[in-house]
Design a binder for this molecule. Structure first.
Ligand SMILES: NC(=O)c1ccc[n+]([C@@H]2O[C@H](COP(=O)([O-])OP(=O)(O)OC[C@H]3O[C@@H](n4cnc5c(N)ncnc54)[C@H](O)[C@@H]3O)[C@@H](O)[C@H]2O)c1
Length: 364
């Protein structure tokens, strides 16, 4: 029996993303032993669907009463820091949903807690786990691209506000709108660029269409009547790194774009490339088209190489969990580190600060 079959996992938060975590664990042979949600009905529904034996309304009770060693943190963003630290302090490994936390300060606290506990802390940057992203990383690691001078990251939705007045649209609970919710492509660009040290950020955010139901996403997250909606709906940011590299980042939930596009394009000293998902309709994965290309020169002619990978409609969401399990078992290098998450969140903090002050911001 492989070591993975002996490991047990627990899930905290039985919402939409939890299914990917459960399926990811199950695909490795890890047993999902327990699930906790303060809305215990939601936990019971998932437990029944997947045959999970232990159900709790309190995650601390789950930690006290079970021997799970792998824990997924799938609660709203404002709880990531508090919950992850409690889990790490109890001697478990943590796979925490994105964003790492509300800001860099919280993320640093989580990284310190993991170090102190001697346990693994990983974040769900699932786009790094996509077959296309890993294929591009092979070229980058092998030196075929050279230093990436510049990159453009986009996660732009036309009608993608995730429910009005719920936790996603309240700054205190989510940390912000599409900048923090759709931070995946900024993260992926940084991953390709080698996580250089950021120096300056200049950004502008907008809140157009904020209360307009025509711009709601198709995920069926219920609206909360008279609920708060105090986050941005679009952001445009320019980031300069100490290395001289630059990144342009565009994120939106509601903007007059042609369609939903999720992409990173980069220009290296030797070659360029891109990874892109175009959605047929906002948020509907099974109509999406995935592309991945390298731009180079051969025999004096520009050459565009299309990299063909196995399709992954789930955008790496299960594969990222598999990587967490294998990283804890020492079978695979982790796709992400807490130090990288801190750099990402320092940039996110600076985007919000620059948008608020209207000035370029030195990244601290
Ligand atoms: N990686 C991705 O592609 C992706 C996609 C969607 C969401 N997410 C992230 O996953 C997290 C959860 O998002 P979701 O869409 O599943 O949200 P959701 O609102 O559907 O689910 C969150 C669940 O957490 C529960 N909860 C709240 N407080 C709790 C507590 N103190 N203890 C236990 N349970 C508690 C809620 O009752 C709810 O069932 C968020 O951080 C979000 O950013 C990631």
């Amino acid at each position: 029996m492989s070591t993975l079959n002996k490991m047990k996992a627990g899930i905290i938060g039985a919402g939409g993303i939890a299914d990917y975590h459960i399926n990811g664990y199950m695909s490795t042979g890890v047993r999902v032993d327990a699930i906790a949600d303060k809305d215990v009905k939601r936990a019971e529904e998932k437990a029944e669907k997947y045959g999970i034996k232990k159900v709790y309304s309190s995650y601390t009770e789950m930690l006290d009463k079970t021997e799970v060693e792998l824990v997924s943190v799938c609660v709203p963003n404002n709880l990531h820091c508090e919950v992850a630290i409690k889990v790490l302090d109890s001697g478990r490994n943590v796979f925490c949903e994105k964003p790492p936390a509300l800001n860099a300060e919280e993320t640093m606290k989580m990284a310190s807690a993991a170090k102190k506990a001697g346990k693994t802390l990983m974040f769900d940057f699932n786009n790094r786990a996509r077959p296309e992203a890993q294929a591009l990383m092979e070229y980058i690691k092998n030196g075929d691209i050279g230093q990436i001078n510049s990159a453009q990251s986009l996660w732009i939705r036309r009608c993608g506000i995730p429910g009005f007045g719920g936790w996603f649209t309240q700054k205190a609970l989510s940390g912000g709108g599409p900048v923090i919710d759709l931070l995946h492509m900024i993260d992926l660009a940084l991953y390709f660029m080698g996580f250089p040290e950021p120096e300056w950020v200049l950004a502008g955010t907008f809140d157009d269409f904020s209360g307009n139901p025509d711009f709601k996403g198709p995920w069926g997250i219920p609206d909360v009547k008279d609920g708060i909606m105090d986050v941005e709906t679009a952001s445009h940011a320019f980031i300069r790194f100490k290395t001289g590299q630059v990144l342009f980042a565009r994120n939106s939930w509601a903007e007059m774009n042609e369609r939903e596009e999720v992409s990173v394009t980069f220009q290296g000293k030797k070659a360029g490339g891109m990874i892109r998902r175009l959605f047929g309709r906002d948020g509907i994965d099974d109509t999406a088209i995935d592309d991945c290309e390298i731009y180079t020169t051969e025999y004096g002619k520009p050459v565009n190489r299309k990299i063909v990978t196995e399709p992954d409609e789930k955008m790496g969401r299960e594969r990222a969990v598999v990587n967490f399990v294998r990283a804890v078992a020492g079978e695979e290098k982790p796709y992400s580190t807490p130090e990288e998450a801190v750099i990402l969140m320092r940039i996110i903090d600076a985007i919000y600060k620059s948008a608020l002050t209207g000035s370029p911001v030195k990244v601290v």
